[in-house]
Design a protein around this ligand. Structure first.
Ligand code: IMP
Ligand code: MG
Length: 191
């Protein structure tokens, strides 16, 4: 480990190796704590139901949930979006649906990253049809100026450039989800 606690990243032989650190683990910890405080203040008296979007959001969800000082409940959805390794098509397939009923619940969708916004827009439409009392979004990362749909996201961890990133739950081809920090991927596989 480096002094900041980052893993040493062995360079992969397949051209997928993560490059420079974009957001350190220390900065992630600080920001997640702030988001937890904001949500705690905003949801006083109406405990939220956190809906994590698998797989990418599992690390963020675990830390965020523990930063919220309210009796939160949690559920997960798994979606897979068609597209290339680094671009989604906006066509989303639900791989695992929710177990809980959303009627009259204060739902917060917890997402790892918003790029085009198509995945989130699809999810919001589906969840709002289930009559929650309120529906908001908390996204760890939002790629600046990449959204193809108009989305209001009240809780955003970091705005980042349009680079492809990995770590802290985010993958490329299922790798690097367990990095503690967020790194930019230098080269991605050609399809
Ligand atoms: P969107 O529908 O274009 O907003 O894409 C959102 C989904 O694509 C996320 O939930 C991620 O699974 C994936 N994604 C988008 N950008 C990245 C990235 O930079 N690294 C890893 N996954 C990403
Ligand atoms: Mg992914």
């Amino acid at each position: 480990m480096t002094p900041d606690g980052e893993h040493e990243v062995a360079s992969a032989s397949d051209g997928l190796s993560p490059g420079r650190i974009l957001i350190s683990h220390t900065d992630i910890e600080r920001r997640v704590a702030e988001l937890g405080q904001e949500i705690t203040a905003d949801y006083e008296g109406r405990p939220p139901l956190l809906v994590g979007v698998l797989k990418g959001a599992f690390v963020f969800m675990a830390d965020l949930a523990r930063a919220i000082r309210l009796p939160v409940e949690m559920d997960f959805m798994a979606v897979s979006s068609y597209g290339t390794a680094t671009k989604t098509s906006g066509i989303v397939r639900i791989v695992k649906d929710l177990d809980v009923d959303l009627v009259d619940r204060h739902v917060i969708i917890v997402e790892d990253i918003v790029d085009s916004g198509l995945t989130l827009s699809y999810l919001k439409k589906g969840l709002s049809a289930q009559s929650p009392a309120s529906l908001e979004v908390c996204a760890l990362l939002v790629k600046r100026d990449q959204q193809r749909v108009d989305l209001k996201i009240p809780y955003v961890g970091f705005e980042i450039p349009a680079d492809f990133v990995v770590g802290y739950g985010l993958d490329v081809a299922e790798r690097y989800r367990n990095l503690r920090e967020i790194r930019v991927v230098d080269a991605v596989p050609t399809q």
